[in-house]
Design a protein around this ligand. Structure first.
Ligand SMILES: [Zn+2]
Length: 290
């Protein structure tokens, strides 16, 4: 489902690629392969490839048209970036901007770029390479970064070379070009979009709540990476800064989705990309978008 309607707002998913290189045993922390067994009938092969023990992740961005603004949420890996040793992200070439245009959003039409956090697969298209320099991709956009997130990575460069490079080529040039606004918990883009701090995956990780009419959706970024984390809420990941806090934020998010009937739209769920959440005896269950 690439096109959604939430009240008066429209939501379009822009795919960059599908990534099935991450292995469940190396990714989830903690992890128990036995816990996958009761779910294999729906997990495989759409969300999990049992032969390789691999997780299937979609890499996509969301365009939200609220009626007042056009907003791009989470900007994937990006083209031309130096991302070794992750060869399939390195010097990537995808027609992402052509897909954006085909979906009815030119780069010039984007009013705001929002990143749920500053990892390499959420900020890549913030910038493009022009005459050997990284420049903001969206000429008329303000880029909204959570202040806590930006300050953290500025003061504590990530030990991962990929993440450090991403900060330097996809976040810093936006700030240096005077195009970034540092935002706080509760920031409202317009009446329809509210930023909610959900720390743990990263220190300034946020979810973005879309509310229009009587309907709600939540752009959850990596607060929930994979559908199994609705069933095993305590499974954080190797990519999380604080795994205990990440699990607490995930539980709170899932509880809110269940209570409010909000559509959960994470950054990496494969098709159908979103789900409704129901509380269950053990944790939560997902009801897939149809
Ligand atoms: Zn991610």
């Amino acid at each position: 489902m690439d096109h959604l309607t939430i009240g008066d707002a429209s939501v379009v998913r822009i795919e960059e690629m599908v990534d099935s290189t991450f292995l469940a045993a190396n990714f989830f922390m903690p992890f128990d392969p036995e816990a996958l067994q009761p779910h294999l009938h729906w997990l495989a092969p759409r969300y999990y490839i049992p032969d390789r023990g691999a997780l299937v992740f979609s890499m996509h961005a969301w365009i939200v048209k609220t009626g007042r603004h056009t907003v791009l949420i989470d900007t994937c890996v990006g083209n031309d970036k130096e991302r070794m040793p992750r060869t399939h992200w390195h010097h990537l070439q995808t027609p992402f901007l052509e897909r954006l245009r085909a979906a009815g959003a030119t780069p010039e039409s984007i009013d705001y770029v929002m990143c749920t956090h500053l990892h390499a697969d959420h900020i890549g298209w913030n910038t493009v390479l022009r005459d050997g320099r990284w420049v903001p991709t969206f000429p008329n956009a303000r880029y909204l970064f959570a202040r806590i997130e930006y300050d953290h990575w500025q003061k504590n460069p990530d030990p991962s070379p990929i993440r450090r490079a991403a900060f330097l080529d996809s976040a810093l040039p936006v700030v240096e070009a005077g195009r970034a606004d540092m935002i706080e918990d509760g920031h409202q883009v317009d009446a329809a979009l509210t930023v909610e701090l959900a720390p743990g995956h990263t220190p300034g990780n946020v979810c973005i709540r879309l509310r229009s009419g009587s309907q709600e959706a939540i752009f959850a970024g990596d607060t929930v990476h994979h559908p199994m984390q609705a069933y095993e809420v305590d499974w954080s990941t190797v990519a999380c800064t604080d795994r205990v806090a990440a699990a607490a934020s995930r539980r709170k998010l899932l509880e809110q989705c269940a209570e409010r009937g909000s559509l959960l739209l994470p950054a990496h769920f494969p098709a159908p990309y979103g789900a409704y959440v129901r509380a269950s005896r053990k944790g939560f269950e997902l009801r897939w978008l149809s």
